[in-house]
Design a protein around this ligand. Structure first.
Ligand code: NAD
Ligand code: DAU
Length: 352
């Protein structure tokens, strides 16, 4: 590690959004020491960060945020000034089959970080920050119209969103009770390279390439507001550097699509790229049993971050999807390693 003034902890940096964020910070801010704390669950993959693992202002720490003692020890050792907290169980379907895992990581894990941060700085919070990265799912579901604003009441419907809502409340409560300087942002659905193929877009890309069925829950008319992951990272960077403490920001692309529309786009793009007959991938679509408690529609009002911090998404959906599909096609080995579980060997080879 180089001798730098700022010591920044990013949790969950081996995951999808975290790895984009780590790469962005390590490259753009050589005068920050960036620590990536991740327990490497099935969703954490250090192959995502191969290109920066030798950079001098970057260090990986394998630790579990549910391990209270270890987290306190690490805060004492590294004296983290600022935290950007992304580590979480993040998949709604998994939360339906194992809610407790989500309570442990998303709520207890967050409280462990808050306690370690609070006790390390003991009220002397000048130039310190706890930035919590959260989701629009805490607001529940919208009807045909309307947008989620920062003032929308929380109304989570899945164990995942309930656990994220719980973590948001604890962050805010630590701000009110112990005076910690915090910021929370709530973002819509991200997509892009390095996303684990259990989420809609990478799952469909993988299945189309493999010629496997494309499972659509319910009537396929559920709507999401899609944002390219790099646009989310730009928003986090701006919020981290410019937002006032105690603020919350919604982040979204004003880019609503029904799931069936997204899948149709992917089928068209891949028919073209794979030189398949037009319309052949669409034949793989299968409507299946709905997800319990399935939120009908998410859509974000990003006016606050646009007006106050000058953020705007840069990627069009068409271009973002094309780039994402190209990335998965060019990185078949990554996809194979992830789907076979072989990526887990990478940590052993690299770090043990
Ligand atoms: P992800 O599942 O791809 O990555 C999560 C990372 O956290 C993994 O690297 C995993 O190993 C790590 N992790 C999980 N449990 C841990 C624990 N107990 N200790 C330490 N590390 C642990 O998730 P993602 O999609 O990159 O999401 C990152 C964050 O952003 C989450 O907090 C999520 O709620 C939020 N978010 C995601 C989206 C989205 O569309 N993906 C949108 C808005 C907000
Ligand atoms: O809104 C932000 C959230 O977006 C994040 O907080 C979550 O971490 C992230 O997983 C995502 O949640 P969703 O439930 O919206 O994403 P998912 O990719 O699981 O599903 C997107 C939509 O596609 C949803 O309506 C369910 C549907 N779907 C999903 C899968 C995996 C299907 O129809 N078939 C599928 O096989």
């Amino acid at each position: 590690m180089v001798k730098n003034i700022k010591s920044i902890l990013i949790t969950g940096g081996a995951g999808f959004i975290g790895s984009h964020l780590i790469r962005h910070f390590v490259r753009k801010y050589p005068n920050y020491n960036i620590y990536n704390l991740d327990s490497l669950t099935y969703a954490g993959n250090l192959e995502n960060l191969k290109d920066i693992e030798e950079v001098s202002n970057y260090e990986f720490i394998k630790a579990d945020i549910t391990d209270e003692t270890k987290i306190i020890e690490l805060f004492r050792k590294y004296q983290f000034d600022k935290v950007i907290h992304l580590a979480a169980e993040s998949h709604v379907d998994r939360s339906i089959s194992d809610p407790l895992a989500f309570v442990k990581t998303n709520i207890i894990g967050t409280i462990n970080l808050l306690n370690a941060f609070t006790s390390l700085w003991k009220g002397n919070f000048q130039d310190k920050l706890f930035y919590h990265v959260s989701t629009d799912e805490v607001y529940g579901s919208l009807g045909e119209t309307g947008l989620f604003k920062e003032t929308t009441a929380y109304s989570p419907n899945s164990p995942y969103s309930a656990s994220k809502a719980g973590s948001d409340h604890f962050v805010r409560a630590y701000g009110e009770t112990y005076g910690i300087p915090y910021i929370i942002s709530n973002c819509s659905n991200n997509y892009g390279p390095f996303q684990f193929p259990e989420k809609l877009i990478p799952l469909m890309i993988h299945n189309i390439i493999q010629g496997k069925e494309l499972p659509i829950y319910g009537d396929g008319k559920y709507t999401r507001d899609w944002l390219y992951v790099e646009d989310h990272v730009e928003a986090i960077d701006l919020i981290f550097h410019k937002a006032a403490k105690g603020e919350t920001y919604n982040i979204g692309g004003l880019n609503e699509w029904k799931n069936i529309e997204v899948i149709n786009f992917l089928c068209e793009i891949l028919d073209d790229k794979l030189n398949r007959e037009k319309g052949s991938s669409e034949k793989l679509i299968r409507f299946i049993k709905d997800r319990p408690g399935h939120d009908r529609r998410y859509a974000i009002d990003s006016t606050k971050i646009e007006k106050e911090l000058g953020w705007k998404p840069k990627h069009s959906f068409q271009q973002g999807l094309e780039d994402t599909v190209s990335w998965y096609m060019q990185n078949k080995e990554w996809l194979e390693n992830v789907t076979s579980g072989r990526y887990l060997d990478y940590y052993k080879k690299q770090y043990l």
